[in-house]
Design a protein around this ligand. Structure first.
Ligand SMILES: CC(C)(COP(=O)(O)OP(=O)(O)OC[C@H]1O[C@@H](n2cnc3c(N)ncnc32)[C@H](O)[C@@H]1OP(=O)(O)O)[C@@H](O)C(=O)NCCC(=O)NCCS
Length: 148
């Protein structure tokens, strides 16, 4: 599967709108359209579509906000949604690699993510990608960090 990362546009908006998670996963991440609305009003947001030859397979939104008072919100993954049909094929790992590459372009050497623990949640995925819990818990979520 040849994956590409794209800025949001009229070409990929419908595909983003139609992304679906597996049953039970919705509690772990906001709906994509809500994230896009947040990106519209958040200058530091970095929303991207992930596409393969058949269309949109995922959505990732990073946040680059070096002045944020909370270290966990200065650089890292804010949202990550992989379509149910595309899960388990490396799309999520590709997304993490793309955010890590963008961090390096910006001279940043560590990215963070917050995840909620629970059955069907993303903890195993983030650990498989190399994120390590920092020991902090913010808003009931685990803070994980990855050196890039
Ligand atoms: C979590 C999510 C992004 C993973 O995406 P994905 O494309 O299926 O993940 P990948 O195929 O890239 O998997 C990468 C690695 O993580 C592992 N992995 C994926 N999901 C896992 C899980 N739930 N538990 C344990 N390991 C998992 C895979 O086995 C793989 O390991 P390997 O490369 O060593 O074999 C996707 O399941 C999703 O969108 N979930 C719902 C929304 C969500 O929870 N988002 C995160 C909000 S913080």
């Amino acid at each position: 599967m040849a994956l590409r990362i794209e800025e949001l546009s009229t070409s990929n908006l419908r595909g983003l709108r139609d992304l679906r998670l597996a049953p039970g996963q919705e509690r772990f991440v906001a709906p994509v359209l809500e994230s896009i609305a947040e990106a519209y009003v958040t200058p530091t947001a970095w929303p991207r579509a992930i596409v393969d030859d058949d269309g949109v397979v995922g959505f990732v939104m990073a946040n680059w906000d070096p002045e944020n008072e909370l270290e966990a919100f200065r650089a890292g993954i804010w949202r990550l949604n992989v379509d149910e049909k595309a899960q388990g094929r490396g799309v999520g790992r590709f997304d993490v690699a793309q955010v890590a590459a963008e961090a390096r372009r910006r001279g940043i050497d560590r990215i963070t993510v917050l995840w909620e623990r629970g059955d069907g949640g993303p903890e195993g995925f983030y650990r498989a990608c190399g994120f390590v819990p920092t020991g902090e818990v913010l808003f009931g979520e685990v803070v994980g960090a990855l050196e890039v």
